[in-house]
Design a binder for this molecule. Sequence first.
Ligand SMILES: [Mg+2]
Length: 175
Amino acid sequence: MEQGPAGKGALAPTEEVGRSRWTWRRGPVDGPAVVFDLDGVLSNAAARQHFIKAPRPDWESFFSASADDPLVDEVAALLGLLAPALAVVLLTARPARTGPLTISWLARHDLRWDLLVTRQDGDYRPARHFKQEALRDIRSRRLDLKLGFEDDLRNVEMFRSEGVPCLYIHSGYYD
Ligand SMILES: [Mg+2]
């Protein structure tokens, strides 16, 4: 395990697991957990969707603009109300290079989390394939995923096919 950039002072431990990068807020945890997506679930990415419209999607601008995303207030409130004993996993298809930006955003909005899972830079698989692999890795580390929150129905279906209940949050990005 290595010390990686965490933003806001503290150095969060990171590790490479399969084709994902894991950042632990305070070190590894296990036990019952919930898993949240970021874009369209906790972060409101509506104002930057135009960056990834065809014919020339600009992914760098799309990801860097995430620093200014507003919170999805209702989901943030729900997260804050969950039992403190639950581990909070953030599973996002954002690339690993967005880790420091993402961790700063989480700190700015005072959101609780224990593990942030991003995908390795250069992994362009459909998000549901990345997330399916990551989900299996997470469960193999004794994190018992009780419930997921997703705004992409393809990911919702993938969660359910893996036996993890998943609540659909409507973002409107995937209509
Ligand atoms: Mg999403």
